[in-house]
Write a protein that binds this ligand. Structure first.
Ligand code: F6P
Length: 527
């Protein structure tokens, strides 16, 4: 059994905290030694990706201490317990099984009398058969015509991950003849979200996927009713246009109001559900089941690497350790994910939920307060757009934000132009290299307004192209990084009690059961 201890009780952490040793990025990146460092400080990831951390504030001494921390915290053993089916989600008393949706790293996991790997693959098979029938026209609308569009209704984990993954692969799929159906998403309870999608969608040829693990989420049920009204207004039977993805225990399960239902369960957290039926339904319909399979195989390959005990060859573990070093020893409050790939436009938004809902906690996995900082604030935008926006603060602001760049050597569409001696793709890549060095090394100038301190750390994940496999590997890398950080901070990364209070108060407002400030805010908003 793993030894669950608070970070600040570990000797390796105390050694890190007590050491005044600090790495000066300008110094270590200077000259030939700097070039050697860029070559050396690199770890291979799954599917041909590479994690390079040469511009992080670490050196052999810090890395040795971080390796000792990984060992003392028993990160490998904790992950093993998780994938072998221990009750890691202490708050909700649940297993944590999203890794089983894409592979099996350890023992058979039997829960509720079911082999869970068999259950998840069984649902994937059902989805693949359903998607193939939709693509062939065997499942079609009342007029016997093919469905051409799929609209997912869901919020949080039932929206962000699948939406980010769809956007990440849409151009790749179009370029490779794999775009079977266009996908759209409705998430916000703001009526204008549903209206804007419905008004620009041919509902007669649209399949709607209602996604809610709990089957009780206010926004999603409201949007379902919205969509059903729109279908009815077009004389279409909602039961012939809607499928559900939910848990078998939810109120949506076994409901005759859907053409089909596919299941995940309580052992898959919403923010970890992209590789379950939640991502499986929309991605298999949009791109075909074989593309979803390729995505899963990339994630499975990354999970295998994450099971290795040595952080120097386990990119997710190393990324997690460096992140904790930055948060708890160097005192940085936030982190930015900066994909230099337009396809990853919504990936930072997905990671925001994955990271901040998992590790934005003040008590440990036993419900006791912790005396150290936990999850950072995460934000991000694709480059180069971000450069023309918030990079001013990143370069010269009073706060240091550790950065996580992501870039691919080839674009997905295969189309490019050569303007002023370089292609757009090369311009994109040149900007990443330039930014990393500008952040790390800075530039002296007597005019302080033009002076750059440097010393601003970043890592970069590099790949050849954002394919379904590479996307799966990238997603799993970040999921596993977040998991390892939760282990280090001794948190339960798999519940989300912090989102409950607001939901309860909103219900009171809608029921006009308010007093004091809440009543006054209700009046201000004319509710
Ligand atoms: O409110 C937060 C949350 O519970 C997320 O964790 C979850 O991803 C989202 O709501 C949606 O939940 P459901 O899939 O049950 O509708």
């Amino acid at each position: 059994m793993a030894n669950w201890k608070n970070l600040d009780t570990l000797d390796a952490y105390k050694a890190l905290a007590e050491s005044g040793h600090r790495v000066d990025l300008k110094e270590v990146l200077a000259g030939e030694a700097g070039a050697e460092r860029v070559k050396k400080y690199s770890v291979p990831m799954a599917c041909g990706l590479t994690y390079n951390y040469a511009s992080k504030q670490v050196d052999e001494e810090v890395l040795a201490k971080l390796s000792a921390l990984a060992k003392e915290s028993d990160l490998e053993g904790k992950f093993r317990e998780l994938y072998n089916g221990a009750m890691i989600n202490t708050g909700e008393k649940r297993l944590v099984l999203h890794h089983l949706t894409r592979g099996q790293l350890g023992d058979d996991v039997i829960a509720d009398g079911t082999d869970k790997r068999a259950f998840y693959t069984g649902e994937q098979k059902k989805i693949a058969e359903f998607a193939s029938k939709v693509h062939s026209g065997e499942i079609c609308n009342a007029a016997g015509e093919k469905f051409t569009t799929v609209v997912q209704i869901g919020i949080g984990g039932s929206d962000l991950g699948p939406r980010a993954m769809y956007i990440a692969l849409e151009n790749w799929a179009r370029a490779n003849g794999k775009l079977r159906m266009e996908a759209k998403f409705i998430s916000n309870v703001d009526p204008d979200d549903a209206v804007s999608v419905l008004e620009t969608t041919d509902v007669a040829h649209t399949l709607f996927i209602l996604v809610s693990k709990s089957g009780t989420t206010l926004e999603t049920l409201t949007n379902e009713a919205f969509v059903k009204n729109a279908l009815a207004a077009s004389d279409l039977d909602p039961a012939k246009h809607m499928i559900a993805v939910t848990s078998e225990t939810s109120p949506l399960a076994k409901n005759s109001g859907y053409l089909a239902a596919f299941f995940m369960d309580d052992y898959i957290g919403g923010r970890y559900s992209s590789t379950s039926a939640v991502g499986g339904a929309v991605l298999s319909l949009a791109f075909g089941p074989e593309v979803f399979d390729a995505f899963l195989s990339g994630a499975a390959e990354a999970d295998k690497l994450a099971a290795c005990s040595d952080p120097m060859s386990n990119a997710a573990m190393l990324d997690a350790l460096i992140g904790v070093y930055e948060r708890n020893i160097l005192g940085y409050e936030s982190t930015a994910v900066l994909p230099y790939a337009q396809a990853l436009a919504r990936f930072p938004a997905h990671l925001q939920q994955a990271d901040m809902e998992s590790n934005g906690k003040s008590v440990n996995r036993f419900g006791e307060p912790v005396n150290y900082k936990t999850g950072p604030i995460l934000f991000g935008e694709p480059g180069t757009n971000g450069q023309h926006s918030f990079y001013q603060l990143l370069h010269q602001g009073k706060t240091v934000v550790p950065l996580q760049f992501i870039v691919f050597r080839e674009n997905q569409t295969g189309t490019d132009v050569d303007i002023q001696g370089s292609t757009s793709q090369k311009k994109l890549e040149a900007n990443v290299a330039a930014q990393i060095v500008a952040f790390a090394c800075g530039k002296d100038d007597d005019n302080l307004n033009k002076h750059f301190d440097g010393g601003r750390p970043s890592s970069i994940i590099v790949g050849d192209m954002l394919t379904p496999e590479a996307l799966g590997a990238l997603l799993a890398h970040f999921e596993n990084k977040i998991m390892f950080q939760g282990f280090l901070w001794n948190l339960n990364s798999f519940d989300q009690e912090g989102v409950q209070l607001g939901k309860v108060l909103a219900k009171k407002v809608l029921a006009h059961d308010t007093d004091g400030a809440l009543a006054e805010y209700s009046r201000l908003l004319c509710i």
